[in-house]
Ligand binder design. Structure first.
Ligand code: ADP
Ligand code: MG
Length: 469
């Protein structure tokens, strides 16, 4: 009997479809590629060892029936298993196994092979490792996170269905990556209780993987992850240099992605800058949407402060909130620490939250996180950067090319020194604190509207930080 393999395989699929649900069909049968028919043997290519084992363990009878109907009573199936999907230089490596139609499953050449016992995860009882206090509601939207947030909302509405798969969020410390991805997880869990949601940070993942490796439980490990509908892997940058863990993640990722499951990752930098990763993995990271979260601007910080205090039922005067939004400029985790301390003072010590209390708290917490740097130093670096005369910058001249560097220098004095607004004003030709506030606001505004200016300020910030350490 001579027939082309695609036709034979399509006949098989017709029969398989009758006994397998649509979702399983898409997951386990769609990815299969028919390779050839020789005599009574149909060879199909499957994406991995795990895939092959799964088919054999769960669908052996269905396949048997299908092949018998399509080829005849002597029909047999052979698997070509991709054990390494290769790259541009190297073709994929495959191993062939007969299927169990005429006997027990072959063990292949893997002496460590241990049959896994399938533990079905239950969406109701699974510990998703989500922190229920992270939601979209308490995630403040700002220019700094708008794209990432919208993408998150879209994914939460239709996990696995949008083109945002994988969704890769990146940004520095404390910009809200973990909050946002957990909000997505919580939302999906609440609205789609049938979905299996799992949040893991890289540490959980790596530890579990190493355990599985030592105990020859890799199949169970994969098997566990392949049941998940939404996989969130936080801080993926820490997988750098971990070849084996990456390899495993690569397989899990591919199979989840192939079967329309949603993958979300976070990282401290965009995929193009990630070091110590296999190229093929990085290219996968870019398949969906990559969105960054930036350090929050003044307004967003202000809103975050109000939101957090409100949630704790504590009133915070506007001037205190503004003072904090300006003063805590390391990251939002430090802000969280400051706010918690304020809440502690207000509730347990029954102190009123005012500027004095805020300053006291800040002094205790922020001292360690703000490096000391002198106004002179900032003025010098800024004037050099903008190529303006140092004395003119410190003086009263109102020319625009002097005013802007002056405002930028004030901005950095606020960020990197402990000085009050009034004292900063003193250092710039005896200006008063409202002029300094105006300068800070102008810089913030210009950063929003003028991307070149923003880049300059960020560059300067880096220069200053570098010299501070
Ligand atoms: P990352 O994972 O990027 O390091 P986190 O998600 O842990 O940052 O955020 C640090 C803290 O700041 C958390 O307490 C988080 O709730 C809070 N936070 C960050 N961004 C926002 C935001 N946009 N709205 C409200 N809270 C935020
Ligand atoms: Mg985080």
């Amino acid at each position: 009997m001579v027939a082309d393999c695609t036709t034979v395989w399509n006949d098989c699929l017709e029969i398989v479809k009758e006994s397998v649900g649509e979702e399983n069909f898409n997951t386990w049968f769609k990815p299969i590629v028919p390779l050839r028919v020789e005599g009574d043997v149909l060879t199909i290519q499957v994406p991995s060892q795990f895939f092959y084992e799964w088919l054999e363990d769960n669908y052996v009878n269905v396949l048997k029936k299908a092949v018998h109907k399509a080829i005849g009573p002597d029909g047999r199936l052979e698997y070509s298993v991709i054990v390494d999907s290769g790259n541009t230089q190297n073709p994929p490596v495959t191993v062939n196994y007969p299927n169990g139609i005429n006997g027990k499953r072959a063990n292949g050449n893997n002496s460590d092979y241990s049959p896994f016992t399938f533990r079905a995860l239950n969406p109701q009882t699974i510990n998703s490792r989500l922190n229920p206090s992270y939601s979209f509601d308490n995630f403040v939207e700002g220019d700094c996170n708008r794209l990432a947030r919208s993408a998150g909302v879209a994914v939460a509405k239709k996990p696995g269905v949008t083109s945002f798969n994988p969704l890769m969020l990146y940004g520095g410390v404390g910009v809200g990556k973990t909050h946002l991805v957990q909000a997505i997880g919580n939302e999906i869990k609440a609205n789609m209780p049938e979905k299996i949601v799992l949040y893991v940070d890289q540490n959980d993942f790596t530890t579990q993987f190493l355990n599985a490796l030592q105990n020859h439980k890799l199949q169970e490990f994969q098997n566990f992850y392949l049941q998940v509908d939404l996989l969130i892997l936080d801080d993926v940058q820490f997988l750098a240099g971990r070849e084996k863990t990456q390899e495993m993640f690569f397989h899990i990722f591919n199979q989840l992605h192939q079967s329309g499951k949603q993958v979300i990752m976070t990282s401290d930098c965009p995929p193009r800058d990630m070091k110590g990763f296999q190229e093929r993995l990085l290219s996968r990271f870019k398949w969906g949407l990559t969105a960054d979260l930036q350090e929050p601007d003044f307004e967003t910080k202000l809103a975050i402060i109000h939101r957090k205090m409100q949630a704790d039922g504590i009133a915070i005067p506007t001037e205190v909130a503004e003072y904090l939004a300006y003063s805590v400029d390391t990251n939002l985790r430090d802000m969280e620490g400051v706010l918690n301390s304020l809440i502690f003072h207000a509730t347990l010590l029954k102190k009123e939250i005012d500027l004095d209390l805020a300053k006291e708290v800040l002094k205790n917490i922020i001292r360690e996180i703000q490096s000391d740097v002198s106004v002179d130093f900032i003025q010098k670096i800024v004037s050099e950067y903008f190529k303006v005369d140092l004395e003119a910058m410190k003086g009263k001249m109102k020319k625009r090319e002097i005013v802007i560097p002056r405002q930028v220098a004030m901005y950095f004095c606020k960020r990197y020194t402990q000085l009050t607004l009034a004292l900063i004003g003193e250092n710039f030709g005896g200006r008063d604190h409202s002029t300094v506030i105006h300068a800070l606001e102008s810089v913030e505004d210009m950063m929003k509207t003028d991307s070149n200016f923003k880049v300059s300020v960020e560059e300067l910030g880096k220069k200053l930080k570098m010299r501070m350490n």
